[in-house]
Design a protein around this ligand. Structure first.
Ligand code: HEM
Length: 379
């Protein structure tokens, strides 16, 4: 019996062997432990993500008091996403670039002088914490509080006792006063933009909508992006020939980062709930059943992707599904892509010959797939 348990030893040892078994032997797999159907092939995952009328995001976690994009279907989803998009503009995202570049350059130069470093702790986390701080207009202490809350969420295991005070208590304590302050006295930060009313009234979000959108911004932006960068370092360390190509031709960096995410995404899956019976590969999933779309498995499906188990920065199409697909496709992908481009450009320019000395153990999390640390020699 195949059990879909992302915390099990088997899964953590080699999640891709596990995904391959699912794709080959049980493409629609009912996980008996949880009662959830697992979709693991590229075409099936993409089909489910596209068909929001059948594969609904309004699942058991949906709560009108907690308005989150992830828990809505169109037209409610479209209305909220449109309002949020007015604040999360390309211009605002690109606006992080110069300060991030200066920051990363200074940090990496410093680390080169030191010789050896855990890049996650010494560079990616602090630099991305400062990005969030600048984006949201936070003090250093407030941005650090975001990082700590994000860590609590990442490491919180559903069903296990939580730390005290919990992330659920700490994040409104931090942001509710900030939202109120920005409504009174707006600045040019993202919170003010979300709180402000455009001339046609279009950008007005409620306090709850802002609060839960912010959670959806700083959680992945801190708890996901830093670890995705660490995965990039791990893979480029293991493929020196491809890293040399990037050093010689940095314009390949964006494409290489897409390949990093395809090859070893920091997230596993996303949930949906069926609005009607669906039969796929001879298995009928009844209306009301929960379904998991396993992006990280779809990304390695050799039915759609040639040599899927090979890391290849020259690969162009098809890309993986790490940022999701369809109506809920990641709204933060632009931020992640800019951060990845800037950080990898600087790292490869300053320390092109870095060597990975040690990758730490996997973080115990149902939400993130990442190592605790990545120690490199930069000298
Ligand atoms: C490596 C980095 C990231 C990965 C792999 C990732 C992955 C994903 C995936 C797979 C989805 C689709 C979920 C679904 O279909 O149910 C998603 C949605 C979302 N992501 Fe990301 N994400 C990343 C970074 C970010 C960042 C930096 C932000 C915020 C700035 C962000 C905010 C969101 C939000 C708000 C949604 C929900 C969108 C919606 O439901 O319309 N993500 N992300």
């Amino acid at each position: 019996m195949i059990e879909y348990n992302t915390l099990s030893e088997d899964f953590r040892r080699d999640r891709f062997a596990f995904f391959r078994e699912l794709r080959d032997t049980a493409p629609v797999h009912l996980d008996e432990q949880s009662g959830v159907f697992i979709l693991s092939r590229y075409d099936d995952v993409q089909m489910a993500a596209r068909d929001w009328q059948t594969f609904s995001s309004v699942g058991p976690a949906a709560n009108p008091a907690v308005p989150r994009l992830n828990d809505l279907d169109p037209p409610d989803h479209t209305a909220l996403r449109d309002k949020v998009s007015l604040a999360l503009t390309t211009e605002r995202m690109l606006g992080i670039e110069d300060a991030l570049r200066d920051d990363v350059r200074a940090v990496v130069q410093d680390l080169v002088a030191r010789g050896e470093s855990d890049l996650t702790a010494d560079c990616f986390r602090p630099c991305l914490q400062r990005v969030i701080g600048r984006l949201l207009g936070l003090t250093d202490d407030q941005a650090h509080e975001c990082l700590e809350i994000s860590d609590l969420f990442v490491r919180g295991i559903p069903g296990e006792p939580a730390a005290t005070p919990t992330a659920q208590e700490r994040f409104p304590a931090l942001f509710v006063p900030l939202i109120m302050a920005r409504r009174q006295s707006p600045g040019d930060d993202l919170i003010s933009a979300l709180a402000s009313v455009g001339s046609d009234g279009s950008a007005a979000l409620t306090d709850a909508e802002i609060l839960f959108f912010l959670l959806g911004v700083f959680l992945p932006a801190l708890g996901n992006n830093a670890y995705a960068l660490a995965t990039a370092v791990e893979l480029l360390g293991a493929h020196p020939d491809q890293r040399a190509e990037l050093v010689a031709n940095p314009s390949l960096i964006p494409q290489a980062f897409e390949e990093v995410l395809r090859f070893d995404s920091t997230t596993h899956d996303s949930p949906r709930v069926l609005t009607r019976d669906v039969t796929l590969h001879g298995v009928t999933m009844p209306a009301g059943a929960q379904v998991l779309m396993v992006w990280a498995s779809a990304n390695r499906d050799e039915r759609t992707i040639d040599n899927a188990d090979q890391f290849d920065i020259r690969r162009e199409r098809p890309q993986g599904l790490s940022f999701g697909f369809g109506a809920h496709e990641c709204i933060g992908a632009a931020l992640m892509r800019i951060e990845a481009r800037v950080v990898l450009e600087e790292l490869l320019a300053i320390a092109p010959d870095f060597a990975v000395i040690e990758v730490g153990p996997r973080i115990r999390s149902t939400w993130i797939w990442a190592h605790e640390s990545i120690t490199v020699s930069l000298a």
